[in-house]
Design a protein around this ligand. Structure first.
Ligand code: ADP
Ligand code: MG
Length: 268
C-alpha cells in the first residue's frame, strides 16, 4: 500500500556528494510521475531553493524554513507551489543564524518534526524530501529527527566509506535519543565513472558492506548534471534525455517503488 506523507531526509556530512542534486531531481521526477511532493531546503546555501525556483523569481511570501524553525505556525505561509504537484519550503542565508539562535531553545532538534507533523501537514504530500547541509549540526539533526528514513548519497570516490560509516553511526544515535522509527532508506551511489577503476571499487565495497540497502540505480557522472545549476535548473528539466536525467528518473521510480508507489500502484 502507498504510504502518504513519507518524510525522507537526504543526508551525508560530506559536501559535494550530490545531496542537493539528488533532492531536486528526485523531487521533480516524482512530481512528473503524478505524485505530490514537498522539498524542504535545510541548507543556508539554498541551492535546492534556486534549483526549483530559479533565481530572482518573485515570491508570494518572504517566509522561509528559518521562520518555520522559529515558529511552526509559519509553515503554511512559507510553502511555495513551484509546479503542478511540487512545492518547496525555501531557505535563504538567514538560516545560518538558526543554528546559533536555536541552540538554547526548547525542543531545538524537533522543530521541523513538530511543524511538519502537527495538523498532519505532511499528509498533503506523497513524499516530503529534506535537503541538508554538509555538516552534522542542528539543521541536519532537525532533518533526521523529522524523517521516516534517510537516503545517503555516496560519491564513487576515495574516502567514501569513511563518511558513510560516520553517518550510519549518527543515524543510530539519533534513533536511540530522538527518533526510534528512523530507517535507512538506502545508499545512492553517485557520480559513477565507469572508466575509473576507483569508481568500480567503491561500488563493489559499498555493495558488499551494505547489500540490499544500496539502491540498484547508480547515478553516472554526466556533464549535463553539472551544467544545469548554472542555468538554475535541474538536469531532469534541463536535458531530460541525458544519462544523468534518465538515472534520476530511474532512481525516483525505485524510491517510489520501495514505498508502495511503484508501477503497479497506478500512481507512476
Ligand atoms: P552536495 O549537495 O552534497 O554538496 P551537490 O548536489 O551540490 O552536492 O553536487 C556537488 C557538485 O557536483 C555540483 O557542482 C553538481 O552539479 C555536481 N554533480 C552532482 N552530481 C553530478 C553528476 N552525476 N555528474 C556530474 N556532476 C555532478
Ligand atoms: Mg547541497
Amino acid at each position: 500500500m502507498a504510504l502518504a506523507g513519507r518524510v525522507i531526509v537526504i543526508a551525508n556530512q560530506k559536501g559535494g556528494v550530490a545531496k542537493t542534486t539528488t533532492a531536486v531531481n528526485c523531487a521533480i521526477a516524482l512530481s512528473q510521475s503524478g505524485l505530490r511532493v514537498l522539498l524542504v531546503d535545510l541548507d543556508p546555501q539554498a541551492n535546492a531553493t534556486s534549483g526549483l525556483l530559479g533565481w530572482n523569481v518573485p515570491r508570494t511570501s518572504n517566509k522561509t524554513i528559518y521562520d518555520v524553525l522559529c515558529d511552526p505556525d509559519n509553515l503554511n505561509e512559507a510553502v511555495i507551489e513551484t509546479r503542478s504537484g511540487l512545492a518547496v519550503l525555501p531557505a535563504d542565508q538567514d538560516l545560518v543564524g538558526a543554528e546559533l539562535e536555536l541552540a538554547s531553545a526548547l525542543q531545538r532538534e524537533s522543530r521541523l518534526r513538530i511543524a511538519l507533523r502537527s495538523s498532519l501537514f505532511c499528509e498533503k504530500f506523497d513524499f516530503v524530501l529534506l535537503d541538508t547541509p554538509p555538516s552534522l549540526g542542528l539543521l541536519t539533526l532537525n532533518g533526521l529527527v523529522a524523517a521516516d528514513s534517510v537516503v545517503i548519497p555516496v560519491q564513487c570516490e576515495y574516502y567514501a566509506m569513511e563518511g558513510l560509516r560516520s553517518l550510519v553511526s549518527t543515524v543510530a544515535r539519533v534513533r536511540e535519543r530522538f527518533n526510534p522509527a528512523l530507517q535507512i532508506e538506502g545508499i545512492l551511489l553517485t557520480m559513477f565513472d565507469g572508466r575509473n577503476r576507483l569508481s568500480q571499487d567503491v561500488v563493489g565495497e559499498v555493495r558488499s558492506r551494505f547489500g540490499h540497502k544500496v539502491f540498484e540505480t547508480v547515478i553516472p557522472r554526466n556533464v549535463r548534471v553539472s551544467e544545469s545549476p548554472s542555468h538554475a535548473m535541474a538536469v531532469v528539466e534541463y536535458d531530460p534525455r541525458s544519462s544523468g536525467a534518465e538515472a534520476y528518473r530511474q532512481f525516483a521510480l525505485e524510491l517510489a517503488g520501495r514505498n508502495g508507489n511503484g508501477p503497479n500502484s497506478g500512481l507512476c
